[in-house]
Design a protein around this ligand. Structure first.
Ligand code: NAD
Length: 453
């Protein structure tokens, strides 16, 4: 079977490389000619563990190819996956213009039967609309089915997630489409991956419901952390004990500076917009969004409090990516914090293991106020405050004594709660964290070092 994938971003490229690894003949298409040229040279345009090896293996086996010529890819394909971006549009709704444009290109070259499967995250009702949209643009009588096949991979473990998913969701309205999709996912049937077969609308909503539920969980624990700070409780222990309850589970219960990334912020806002449009407001999701915005403000306020004002202060930002193991900085808390600090007149020295280039691009005019360093030690040198924003492993194992000696003032704002408050204070740090102030402050207070400088 031949497969065409339209869009070679995180979802398209990972899906294409993994389908090729299943043994299918895959052609990945993109309108970005530079990206296609890079892929033809073997360069993966973003950081994703395991992906370069997978791409190289399948390219040299002749199962994976790249092109800007969509008709040539669609000609031989039985299934055409649409994996283009669906960024936030006006009013928070998803902007499906990339999808609409890609669908017209596909419609123009349809001849025999094809399954057109949407992997992009799209609002409920988009599949039905897409069917009519494609029908309106075909140039000859064409037989096709639109399918919804939302993607659940996580950046940073995308290859693993694609090859070993918790479930595959297929929304299809005909037996022929369902059979074709079963064939595509046969290797996952063999390892007993649960496959959820449903209609288009349900599949579309499953994706938003899943992301929104996780976002609600994050906002919930963040609110709990704020109460812990006031009440003298430890959110780390609260979350751990909650997570031991199998009905709750331990994932997505980490307090921090609020969720970011290419999915949660835009998907929660799109779901809220869908709810408003349908006259069924999604109040829980809307609250999660509001709490998240406030959490960002609180993270910034915590840094300014730790610094005693931002103007003219030297701040080390550790971590720029929205989470570890990715170079993606879309809606990353660190980007917003850098912007605000630069605007307030602080000198920012930042380090991320892989995301500095992407961060410089995202910061635009603010990038001039940030010095990008190639290691954590360089960022910490002479800083008056260090802020851990992304939970990269190397920040967990940061040598606190060395960090203290490098800095002008030993002040640590640990937005991800990576360090033990007691150890941080014993190492001489004035230590700020999220939902564990009782440990950083009153209980160990007598051991707190006097800031110098
Ligand atoms: P991305 O922005 O990284 O990549 C999109 C790609 O599509 C770009 O390379 C762009 O040039 C290309 N493109 C745009 N219009 C095109 C066209 N007409 N023809 C061919 N190529 C075109 O996006 P992404 O992060 O891979 O996300 C894609 C979709 O998958 C989104 O809807 C997103 O919400 C969803 N999703 C993303 C993730 C994730 O972790 N990134 C996870 C699950 C679902």
């Amino acid at each position: 079977m031949h497969i065409a994938i339209v869009g070679t971003g995180y979802v398209g490229l990972v899906s294409g490389a993994c389908f090729a690894d299943f043994g299918f003949q895959v052609t990945c298409v993109d309108v970005d000619a530079e990206r296609i040229r890079a892929l033809e040279r073997g360069d993966v345009p973003f950081y994703e563990p395991g992906l370069p090896e997978l791409v190289a293996r399948n390219t040299s086996a002749g199962r994976l190819g790249f092109t800007t010529n969509l008709p040539s890819a669609v000609r031989d394909a039985t299934v055409v996956f649409l994996a283009v971006g669906t960024p936030e549009g006006p009013d928070g709704d998803a902007d499906i213009s990339q999808l609409a444009a890609a669908a017209v290109d596909v419609a123009h070259c349809l001849d025999g039967y094809r399954v057109i499967a949407t992997k992009s995250t799209v609002p409920v009702g988009t599949g039905a609309w897409l069917d009519g949209h494609i029908r309106a643009h075909v140039r000859q009588p064409a037989d096709f089915d639109v399918v919804s096949n939302p993607e659940f991979l996580r950046e940073g473990s995308a290859v693993h997630d694609f090859l070993r998913p918790d479930r595959v969701v297929i929304g299809a309205n005909t037996d022929r489409a369902r059979e074709t999709m079963r064939e595509v996912y046969r290797p996952l049937y063999l390892i007993e991956t649960p496959i959820v077969l449903t209609n288009l609308e349900t599949a579309e909503l499953i994706k938003y419901a899943s992301n929104a539920y996780l976002a609600v969980k994050v906002s919930f624990i963040n609110e709990m952390a704020n109460l812990c700070d006031r009440a003298g409780a430890d959110v780390h222990v609260v979350a751990k004990a909650m997570g031991l309850d199998k009905r709750i589970g331990p994932k997505f219960l980490h307090a921090g500076p609020g969720f970011g990334g290419s999915c949660f912020p835009k998907d929660t806002r799109a779901l809220a917009a869908s709810g408003r449009r349908a006259g069924t407001p999604q109040r829980l999701v809307e609250s999660a969004i509001e709490i998240n915005d406030r959490q960002r403000d609180m993270a910034y306020a915590k840094i300014v409090e730790a610094l005693g004002g931002a103007k003219g202060r030297r701040v080390a930002i550790l971590g720029l990516a929205f989470k570890p193991n990715t170079s993606d900085v879309r809606e990353a808390p660190a980007i917003e914090l850098c912007r605000r600090l630069v605007d307030a007149g602080a000198h920012v020295s930042a380090y991320d293991p892989v995301a500095s280039d992407e961060a410089a691009l995202a910061l635009g005019g603010h990038a001039g106020g940030v010095t990008f360093q190639t290691d954590a030690q360089a960022a910490l040198k002479d800083a008056e405050c260090a802020v851990i924003v992304t939970e990269w492993n190397e920040f967990r194992s940061l040598d606190l004594a060395e960090a203290r000696d490098l800095m002008a003032r030993p002040v640590l704002v640990d937005l991800r709660n990576l360090h033990d408050p007691g150890q941080a204070v014993e190492s001489g740090f004035e230590y700020y964290c999220t939902g564990r102030q009782s440990l950083a402050g009153s209980r160990i207070e007598p051991k707190r070092a006097t800031p110098t400088g």
